[in-house]
Design a binder for this molecule. Structure first.
Ligand code: DI6
Ligand code: FE
Length: 417
């Protein structure tokens, strides 16, 4: 109704002479439409198809894409973008032989970022995260998930979530927030893990739900973090409060995290290097997306590959994300993750692109709004200076994004055309 009333006649914007990687599944590779056109109206995709079939209408803004490729806006469905400080000295320690687990057990790791994040003002956290967000947006990211998990007490977890929400208000990007209170055991609870889980379940989760600051709940199920039983308690409470769940699952060892996620109908299970076939079958049944994080695999020099063949065989949708965080994936490039997914995991460039579009959107529960170029979806799209979509996975450290459009508005134009 509102749309019709607000509408002027004609398109708000149209791109012609474009090759469209719609990423709609089931048709040609990349859901490609060659010599296509895409029209935008009231912030939504109003028409997409072959140029010769484009209904004749006036357009307030019309561009000849010159045969360039247009994809959906990219989705980074797993990040820890809000944090203070960095952990370059731990990187040095690891290069001298210490492991990620040893550093975590000796009080470093996630807990050193917790100390820095607790000390940081909300404003300082916002400024640092905004810088990282801008790098991702420059590469065409229009939807991003941001987790808490470096506060580990109620006040600081809420502080992180407020910063994440504010990023979505002040920048032209859709932010989905996730409460990750069960990321690590904070130092003041050493030896009292049960008491910390009680705090998360009895105090933090209800408070987070009341504020409406989180769109989902995550946990780190791992030997150095939380047990499957503790994760179960957290998920049960989240479900009771009506919040969807997701899990850092089977990253360093097989904890049965994939199956546990599936049991709770999780949106996604993430990392998954050590996941068993039984866990994958359970994910297939529950429709849980597998989120692979090649940046963390690379940076931790993991050698156990995620069981890609089994995800394919059982039809589990595969998403890719940056995991941007100071400990295991200090990156602000999603395009680099496409390259790593292909070189390290042997994903195809088409699978990699689906991982940061269609499947990334599914992992966030927003597939009805974004992730493909389809009529009725939000007009989030990227015009790329490339001759073939495989180039998005091929270049190392090169950003061919030319124009980034979010909700029908041009938010970045790298060159005049
Ligand atoms: N797994 C990860 O890769 C990140 N969190 C997690 O649970 C690492 C976070 C960090 O080291 O700061
Ligand atoms: Fe993570």
């Amino acid at each position: 109704m509102r749309r019709a009333a607000a509408s002027r006649p004609g398109w708000d914007a149209v791109w012609v002479n474009a090759n469209l990687a719609t990423m709609v599944a089931g048709g040609d590779a990349y859901g490609a439409i060659r010599d296509g056109a895409i029209a935008v109206k009231d912030g939504q995709i109003a028409w997409v198809g072959p140029r010769k079939s484009l209904p004749r209408q006036k357009a307030r803004y019309e561009r000849d894409a010159g045969g360039r490729w247009i994809t959906p806006g990219l989705v980074d469905c797993h990040t820890h973008l809000v944090f203070a400080g960095e952990r370059a000295q731990e990187f040095e320690m690891r290069l001298k032989g210490a492991t990620y687990e040893q550093i975590a057990r000796s009080g470093g790791g996630i807990n050193s970022t917790v100390t820095a994040t607790r000390k940081a003002s909300e404003e300082a956290l916002f400024t640092a995260a905004a810088r990282r967000l801008k790098s991702l947006m420059a590469e065409g990211v229009t939807t991003i998930e941001i987790k808490s998990g470096y506060g580990l007490d109620l006040a600081n977890e809420l502080k992180m979530l407020r910063v994440a929400r504010r990023l979505g208000e002040e920048f032209p990007v859709t932010v989905k927030t996730t409460f990750l209170g069960a990321h690590a055991l904070p130092a003041e609870f050493a030896g009292r893990q049960g008491a910390y889980v009680d705090l998360v379940v009895d105090k933090m989760l209800p408070a987070v739900a009341r504020t409406g600051l989180a769109d989902a709940v995550d946990a780190f199920a791992e030997k150095i973090a939380f047990t499957p039983q503790e994760t179960t308690r957290i998920f049960a409470k989240a479900k009771l409060l009506g919040l969807p769940v997701k899990l850092h699952a089977d990253q360093l060892s097989d904890q049965g995290g994939a199956a546990l996620s599936a049991e709770f109908g999780a949106l996604s299970a993430d990392h998954l290097e050590y996941t068993s076939e039984a866990g994958i079958k359970a994910m297939a049944t529950s429709g849980t997306v597998a989120v692979l994080l090649p940046g963390a695999f690379y940076f931790l020099r993991e050698t156990k590959l995620p069981p890609l063949a089994l995800f394919r065989q059982h039809g589990v949708p595969i998403a890719l994300a940056s995991d941007g965080n100071p400990g295991s994936a200090p990156t602000v490039s999603l395009l680099l993750m496409l390259n790593m997914a292909c070189t390290l995991f042997r994903m195809t460039p088409e699978e990699a692109l689906a991982g940061v579009t269609r499947n990334g959107a599914q992992a966030l529960g927003v597939a009805a709004q974004c992730g493909t170029l389809e009529e009725g979806k939000r007009a989030d799209l990227v015009v790329w200076d490339i001759g073939h979509p495989a180039e998005l996975s091929y270049w190392l450290g090169h950003n061919p994004a030319r124009t980034v459009v979010r909700g029908g508005r041009i938010v970045r134009q790298s060159r005049k055309s």
